[in-house]
Design a protein around this ligand. Structure first.
Ligand SMILES: O=C(O)CCC(=O)C(=O)O
Ligand SMILES: [Mn+2]
Length: 211
């Protein structure tokens, strides 16, 4: 199967949209996908720089009275007056770095918004993941525009419609950019599942506008 096709093991029939490079309109949402947005040499150097210099943290959350580590490292950067709450924790942003500002300036013309914060995830290997959720926190407002930038190992990004359970899958490769917008966050959950493949690290950055 082509890496951009929807994945086969759904119960959603064959009339699902195929993810194509550029603009994609789906039921209750839209997104842009640019598989080779950053050239390889730039992506290589961003990956190295971010992995070494971002202030990665092991956050944990309370689950049934027990502190459980997130299965990935995270970091939060942005304008310093924009704290962000998710999964029961409040993150205060670190100040923008030169690399983060460079990436932000690169993607903004594609997005038509000015981002004021970025959440970074470091998936150290195939055992790191993020499970089904939406990015629909109240401080993102209605129909948020979220830009996802990817460096390092390719991972599967899966979307699932909350009512119809239709699924879509996009392989987010080194240097790719995915801009999610419209009603997407209100109707589709997303995840990056674990994989048994023996793989290296991946860095994901989601640029957001905190109101
Ligand atoms: O790593 C990814 O591609 C997704 C990350 C994500 O969904 C998030 O941080 O909210
Ligand atoms: Mn998310």
């Amino acid at each position: 199967m082509n890496q951009l096709d929807i994945f086969g093991n759904t119960n959603s029939g064959t009339d699902n949209p195929i993810v194509k490079p550029g603009y994609n309109s789906i039921k209750n949402g839209e997104f842009y996908f640019f598989p080779n947005f950053f050239p390889k040499h730039e992506s290589d150097s961003f990956f190295k720089e971010l992995k070494a210099n971002i202030l990665w943290k092991q956050e944990s959350m309370n689950m049934y009275g027990k502190q459980v580590n997130f299965p990935r490292l995270t970091a939060w950067y942005g304008d310093n007056d924009k704290p962000y709450k998710f999964s029961g924790i409040t993150l205060n942003p670190n100040p923008w770095t030169e690399s983060l500002l460079k990436i932000k300036e690169h993607i903004e013309p594609k997005s038509n918004v000015v981002y004021n914060s970025v959440l970074l995830n470091l998936y150290r290997n195939g055992n790191d993941s993020i499970s089904w959720h939406t990015d629909a926190e109240p401080e993102l407002g209605r129909n948020p525009v979220i830009a996802s930038v990817n460096f390092g190992e390719t991972r599967k990004f899966q979307l699932r419609h909350i009512h119809t359970k239709e699924k879509l899958e996009i392989e987010l490769n080194h240097g790719s950019l995915l801009i999610m917008q419209g009603e997407l966050q209100h109707y589709w959950q997303h995840q990056v599942p674990k994989t048994g493949r023996n793989i290296n690290a991946r860095i994901n950055l989601t640029f957001r506008v905190i109101k």
